[in-house]
Design a protein around this ligand. Structure first.
Ligand code: SOE
Length: 363
């Protein structure tokens, strides 16, 4: 039996809690955690049942007893914390965005390659069995040729001007918020499920409140995109963190020449199959599912899997990659770089109103 991986965590907020639960499910030892202050680190380590707190991120990144570092700090520090952990020989799972600029994201990708370490980014919606089912249906030609796609990612936790978080401050959150935070998930899923690149895009963004909590806000609450995939399919994307009643509503609907599919993240056990005659709601059932979907279907039909299960499946696959396996569909630092490239394209298009060609693969 292989020994458990020793995991360290930078950050002590909502995402760190999700990461520690996933690492436990993936049978890691939770060795150490550092947060924004020694006190916060101690509190979070205790609360999340991590063995010890380190006083700061530098101490955690240079610890000698950690195999994999989970970077869940504010966006501005992702690249710096990842580079420090890689320099110390650790593998890294880094929250998105991998960096705030394409140049920095590229540096991170190159550092992981040079160090021969695994780098993964939690585009975790890839890990819902019904997403894999949809992907396989597209790959096998069940839909015919994909003509259009209709996608959105809507939340409401920033609906009011009193709603505040480090993400709304461009200095800690970055120049893009709604797109970088949740639109990036949507674009990753579109490229993952269709197997096609978002070739061109045109974007409009809107910042609803110029100030929140008395402080200026420059990054966007809303982004609306037109996209064209590399095979000519056209799509519309609506991304908002100010949509009342929508909590974490990611939907992806593809229309092919024969069939359509629709996945809703808040109803992850279902896949709608649209047909001119006889549309159908497919329920998750490992029996008879596409192999990749069955692999991730860790509970029998009727025992619902959700967000945390998808996250745990992602961390399990990242750990398999660390052990030298090659799990299909693992989102790596290259996918993290891609998301930063798309974010820059969205901001550039929103700035000058033009269609932007996105960079080709691996550039
Ligand atoms: C906050 O918007 C957030 O936690 C994102 O950062 C996550 O990536 C998303 O999965 C849920 O919402």
């Amino acid at each position: 039996m292989t020994r458990p991986l020793r995991a360290g965590f930078i950050g002590g907020g909502f995402m760190a809690a999700v990461h520690t639960r996933a690492a436990t499910a993936a049978r890691a030892r939770l060795v150490a955690l550092a947060s924004s202050s020694p006190e916060r680190g101690k509190h979070a380590a205790h609360h999340l049942e991590v063995d010890r707190a380190e006083p700061d991120a530098d101490a955690l990144a240079s610890a000698s007893d950690i195999d994999v570092v989970h970077v869940c700090s504010p966006n501005r520090q992702h690249a710096e914390h990842t580079l420090a952990a890689l320099a110390n020989g650790a593998h890294v799972i880094c929250e998105k965005p991998l960096a705030l600029t394409v140049a920095d994201a590229r540096r991170v990708v190159q550092a992981a390659e040079a160090a021969g370490r695994t780098g993964a980014v939690p585009f975790v919606y890839r890990y819902h069995p019904m997403v894999r089912q949809a992907r396989e249906m597209v790959a096998r030609g069940r839909l015919g040729t994909v003509l259009t796609l209709d996608a959105s990612y809507l939340q409401d936790w920033l609906l009011e001007d009193s709603d505040h978080n480090w993400r709304v401050d461009a200095r800690t959150g970055g120049p893009s918020r709604a797109f970088a935070d949740i639109g990036s998930h949507l674009c990753d899923l579109i490229e993952f499920v269709t197997g096609r690149r978002i070739h061109r895009l045109a974007a409009r963004t809107r910042t609803v409140f110029a100030r929140r909590g008395g402080r200026p806000v420059t990054n966007e609450d809303i982004a609306a995109l037109l996209i064209e995939l590399s095979d000519g399919a056209l799509g519309t994307l609506l991304i908002s963190q100010v949509a009342p009643g929508r909590k974490n509503s990611l939907t992806l609907e593809l229309h092919g020449t024969r069939e359509s599919v629709r996945f809703e993240q808040e109803r992850p056990e279902e896949l709608w199959i649209g047909r001119r005659h006889g549309s159908q709601l497919l329920l998750r059932d490992p029996d008879g599912a596409a192999p990749d979907s069955a692999r991730l279907s860790v509970l029998p039909a009727g025992h619902p899997l959700g967000y945390q299960d998808a996250f745990s499946a992602f961390v399990t696959d990242a750990y398999r990659a660390i052990r030298g396996e090659q799990p299909d569909g693992l989102p790596t630092f290259t996918d993290g770089l891609r998301a930063v490239q798309l974010t820059e394209a969205v901001l550039a298009s929103a700035e000058d109103g033009a269609w932007i060609d996105t960079p080709p693969a691996q550039s």
